[in-house]
Ligand binder design. Sequence first.
Ligand code: ADP
Ligand code: MG
Length: 328
Amino acid sequence: ATPAAVIAALGRLAGTGVLIKGGSALERLAGVTAFAFDKTGTLTEGKLELGDVVPLAGTTPEQLLRTAATAEQRSEHPLARLILREAAARGLEVPSADEFQARPGAGVTATAAGAAIVVGTRRLVEECGIVLPPEAVTALERLDAAGQTSLVVARDGGVLGVLGARDTLRPEAAQVLADLRALGVSPIALLTGDRAAVARAIAEQLPVTEVHAELLPAQKASIVGSGQWIVGSEESRNDESRDVTAEPPVAEPGSELLTSHRSLTIAYVGDGINDAPALARAGVGIAIGGGRGTDVAAEAGDIVMMGEPLKPLPLLVGLSRETVRIIR
Ligand code: ADP
Ligand code: MG
């Protein structure tokens, strides 16, 4: 590669807060035809607000929040920060946990004062051998219908209740995705660990072409990785056959809609520890940096957006193509 062309492109990115780890990332981006985006903290602000608080019989809202906060203290997930903020706002004293384990894409498990606490998805709670009572199932369905992200709080094998959270779309997200499409990028997929109904509510506001929900971090990676090894084939780059106005199809959890686009090179954009595997397997991993303490995503990414999270993407794609054209 000609360093001068790369350096010139990097110069135009100065001030945008974009960090490119080596010239080859920019070259690879020039061959990218498809983008996949994480939802929480990437397309959305990740500044969650508390939604419904649904304690089951025998539990108070305060007990529910305090138990959740106890388990979430060492988690850096936006849901954890929300719960701790809410517990503090209500003046709740949060006992510290003895053992703590983060389950990326699922929740957290902890023990405190001899009690085992599980906070997270319905699937995580069930995997811990806990049966969801019908009231909890009803509450989860209601939160789904309201487009709220939900989490189940269990203690010593019993469900205490369910919490809901609302997130807002980044104001620039729709325009950035539209600009990428104008540059010929397609498909554009939304990948999330959240429920399909919540993913759909966000996708409706965006020009995405497909939605995959309830994904564990490894599943995000396998969807992204399935397209990475055939770098930028000409046919796929010119694929304009997709109907832009149609409702994006929603894949059944775990299925792999994107395998029909195996020939595409995929860039993945994500912000969290749960995105690190997908960032590493993408043709180009683009991380939103500077957010969470340990910044696992920034380490895994080839490109890091330290300033404005999504806005530089169309410029980056344009510059990458220009750079490659100059070099060749
Ligand atoms: P996304 O892919 O949208 O960034 P995640 O993969 O981080 O979402 O999380 C998927 C789901 O797992 C969340 O919707 C939530 O139900 C659950 N979850 C993840 N982390 C936590 C946590 N720290 N506490 C509670 N629930 C969590
Ligand atoms: Mg995220």
